[in-house]
Design a protein around this ligand. Sequence first.
Ligand SMILES: [Fe+2]
Length: 116
Amino acid sequence: MRTEAETALAVLTMGAAEKDPVLSHAITLQGMEEQRHADILRLLTEKYGISVPKFAPEAPQDPNWAFMRIGYGECFDSFFAFGLFALARDSGFFLRTSSSSSSRSCRRKGATSSST
Ligand SMILES: [Fe+2]
């Protein structure tokens, strides 16, 4: 979650610093996507009661350098984080809540009503 949040801020800062408007928009959209990843991981940790120390990433002083140093490590972080949550859910390690099973209930209800 921290890596995603730091990446989001670095990408958004680079988007704001980029002078070409089309490139700036594209980079900013990617920064928003990285922030979405951080938000999803935050929501998952909150939902399952996983304690995460508070942190507040700071905008980089040198947007170009920070952007170039991002690398692909955060892709692995999000890939494994989302995958581990899915494995834990499917294994039964996480209890299913009414909100996590509501879409399945709706599908079952829909299947029942359409078959009768
Ligand atoms: Fe990401």
